[in-house]
Design a protein around this ligand. Structure first.
Ligand code: COA
Length: 153
């Protein structure tokens, strides 16, 4: 399944995801997962965790970007499933999404945001720094993937 060819000049707005978005979210995540850039997500995980997700939507209801904010611990949440549609990369939108989830995290009382990533430099640009696994609760580091990045809010 190929991605829709979205207009890269469209204006965008950030909003919470809803069930009607799941198929397009699966497509964008699968696009990058096939290329080894991120982990795949299943339909049932997106359904059950839909409240975690924010989208950047084009004027034609296309999905230009996705990010999830998933609470892990009393003071810790994970930034997950970050994906920008290829027509929109390099325009500051990944950064916009990563910063865009911070107000909700603060409202919840989250003190630290965390990400597993293959793109540590991108996260450094968003104010994150690399940490050692021992700084994370055991529940989290047992799921070890790649570089662990953290930001204090
Ligand atoms: C990685 C990704 C989220 C970045 O989003 P983007 O919208 O292209 O990046 P932005 O334009 O917001 O870049 C923000 C900053 O990070 C830098 N940056 C972006 N991608 C980078 C990369 N791969 N390596 C190093 N720096 C990078 C930019 O130069 C920019 O720096 P600046 O703030 O100093 O100008 C996006 O390219 C993507 O979806 N990639 C495929 C899926 C993926 O890798 N997801 C992340 C898994 S954790």
């Amino acid at each position: 399944m190929s991605l829709p060819d979205l207009d890269p000049n469209s204006s965008l707005h950030m909003r919470k995801a809803a069930m009607r978005d799941v198929e397009a979210m699966l497509q964008l995540i699968a696009h990058w997962a096939r290329r080894g850039a991120m982990l795949p997500k299943s339909r049932d995980v997106l359904y059950s965790q839909i409240r975690d997700f924010y989208l950047l939507e084009t004027m034609d209801n296309g999905i230009a970007g996705i990010v999830g904010l998933h609470v892990l611990w009393s003071d810790l949440a994970e930034v997950r499933s970050l994906a920008i549609h290829p027509n929109f990369q390099g325009k500051g939108l990944g950064k916009q999404l990563v910063y865009g989830i911070e107000p909700e995290a603060r409202e919840l009382g989250i003190l630290r945001l965390f990400a597993w990533t293959l793109e540590p430099v991108f996260f450094v640009r968003c104010g994150y720094s690399e940490i050692s696994l021992e700084e994370l609760p055991p529940k989290v580091y047992k799921e070890y993937h790649k570089n662990a990045m953290i930001k204090r809010l």
